[in-house]
Design a protein around this ligand. Sequence first.
Ligand SMILES: Nc1ncnc2c1ncn2[C@@H]1O[C@H](COP(=O)(O)OP(=O)(O)OP(=O)(O)O)[C@@H](O)[C@H]1O
Ligand SMILES: [Mg+2]
Length: 357
Amino acid sequence: MYLKQLTCNGFRCLRDIQFEPSPGINVIHGDNAQGKTSILEALLFAATSKSHRTSTESELVAYKAEGFQIAAEATRSDRNVLVEANWWKGAKRFKVNGVAQTRVSDILGKITVTFFSPEDISLVKAGASVRRKFMDMELSQLSAGYLAALQKHRQVLRQRNELLRAKHPDQDLLAAWDGQLAQHGALLMAERGDFIEELAELAQIAYAQIAQNEGLQMTYKPDVEVDADYAAVLEKARPIDLQRKMTTRGPHRDDIQLSIDNHPARSTASQGQQRSAALAIKLAELNLIHRRTREYPILMLDEVLAELDPHRAGHLFSAIEKGVQCLLTTANSANNHPITKQAVSTYLIKNGRLAKL
Ligand SMILES: Nc1ncnc2c1ncn2[C@@H]1O[C@H](COP(=O)(O)OP(=O)(O)OP(=O)(O)O)[C@@H](O)[C@H]1O
Ligand SMILES: [Mg+2]
């Protein structure tokens, strides 16, 4: 999949953006605070309806403005897809090929992207909730059934927790919630298990390409054992749940275990190893989406050059398949970098305005 054109107005500091990247490697240069990350964030928003930096969407609106518009046009196989995002005074609306979407989630998967930002080191470094969010984001893009189960599971979980906090929880209602939680939860766990197994294999390959002579191991760690009956687990946990007034068991407690050369990456890996691992996971995700959809997502790499030495960056570049459109940002204007040397198109962003070089 290639991004043909991105236009946006009123989004953060960006002004009258008309970005027409080429299918290969595109490098966006610019000093700090000129809008490099914002332009990638705008495309991410059009593709996923979310920002990687904030969940408070009003922060995305340019200071003193009341809304923003983003239009992203991409080509997949021989078809064009146009996603338009319109945010106005707190209301967000999406159109796909000119047709208004009733649910924002309907836009997921229309334009697929893989985004790597410096914050992604948290995938390796931070707590389990970051890794669960990662699984949910990726699987929601890949599977409509997963997204539906996720939304229902969240809703039932909220209701069950509410009931657990009641003075005298109705046992029949609790049993009903348990049934629904088990049904949706089982689907989440099954899809997560398959996804991580496949991703682990691809991440191991990508990691070996970037870091060489080191192995990355990735294992799905479900809170409820794979072979266990989730409904039975819930029933057994009920006395504890009633005591703690919360649902203690289920996929909302899952994690992914990451190890480098069989040592836990979170607590023993070096900063550089953690970064390389996060990057390998993102490249694995890109290859997995390609496997499943026969289409490469658009790869966005925010400031990877600042984080990797030229040696590792060179390895990274050879790990990226030909045919992947890559949008890369760098505050580094040096043109002798292994990646920038192979750039097809270069751009300069200054004060929120983008110009082709
Ligand atoms: N809602 C907003 N309206 C206007 N400007 C904003 C808004 N939100 C953030 N900014 C400003 O936009 C500028 C560009 O931010 P951005 O993160 O895109 O920069 P960058 O080029 O990626 O910089 P760096 O090299 O430091 O990562 C910053 O000065 C930031 O303060
Ligand atoms: Mg930035």
